[in-house]
Write a protein that binds this ligand. Structure first.
Ligand code: URA
Length: 233
């Protein structure tokens, strides 16, 4: 990889700013000042700016407990977006799928485009579990309706896993991710969703993360997510 790309990818500046860093003799490779922006780095090279090691991190994986009021987007002119909650040097991060603006809970954010694509692909059936609160009592036939395919104008949902908590609360686990899917499924049983939170995504769970908090995934969590897509083809 070129030295200027390496430094720009690690947010040491824009491509032209990092060229200036190089010209100003502030960049070393293996403790030698390098003055060429197109210098080709080897995997084993150690890069320093102002004598501080700059390690190359190719992919980053974050789990965020999304607060209501934020869009699952990278930027927006009007509303706050979840990316504002993550402080990362990488500029190419994006959410894996979407939660509605008023939905809370688990959202994965990464710059691993392949994994992002694979986890959303319908052929992988990644399970998503939601905690749901409703405006009125769940009817007796809710399980029957939700655990069978439901026909909507634009798609037919796959059978979901319905777990009643009490008269107005339930968990619903679905394998697709259509627009407003959980809200629309509960409309079919005659209830309106008043609060929605995603608590699981594939092998990931929210755990102790509080609203608005995020953390990097562990190596093990990343490996398990990658395995997931192989299991469900
Ligand atoms: N289903 C919905 O209705 N909304 C979400 O945000 C996620 C799933």
């Amino acid at each position: 990889m070129r030295l200027d790309k390496y430094l720009a990818d690690m947010s040491c500046g824009t491509r032209s700013q990092v060229k200036d860093l190089i010209k100003d003799k502030r960049v070393k490779v293996n403790d030698e000042i390098i003055r060429k922006a197109d210098y080709q780095l080897k995997d084993t090279d150690t890069v320093k700016v102002d004598d501080e090691i700059i390690s190359y991190v190719e992919y980053e994986y974050y789990i965020l407990n999304k607060p209501a009021g934020y869009l699952s987007a990278v930027e927006d002119n009007r509303d706050p977006v979840i990316m504002e909650l993550i402080s990362s040097k990488r500029k190419d991060l994006s959410p894996v799928g979407r939660l509605d603006k008023d939905t809370e809970g688990l959202i994965l954010i990464t710059n691993d485009g392949q994994l992002n694509h694979d986890l959303l692909s319908p052929k992988h059936h990644v399970l998503k579990k939601y905690y749901v609160e409703l405006d009125k009592d769940l009817p007796e036939n809710a399980n029957n309706i939700l655990s069978n395919p439901i026909e909507f104008e634009d798609f037919t949902s796959k059978p979901a896993i319905y777990e009643k908590i009490d008269n107005k609360k339930a968990y619903l686990t679905i394998s697709e991710g259509k627009y407003h899917q959980v809200k629309r499924m509960f409309e079919k049983v005659g209830c309106t969703v008043t609060y929605l939170k995603r608590i699981e995504f594939g092998t990931l769970t929210l755990g102790e993360l509080k609203i608005g908090e995020y953390r990097l995934l562990t190596e093990e969590e990343i490996a398990r997510l990658k395995e997931l897509k192989n299991e469900n083809i």
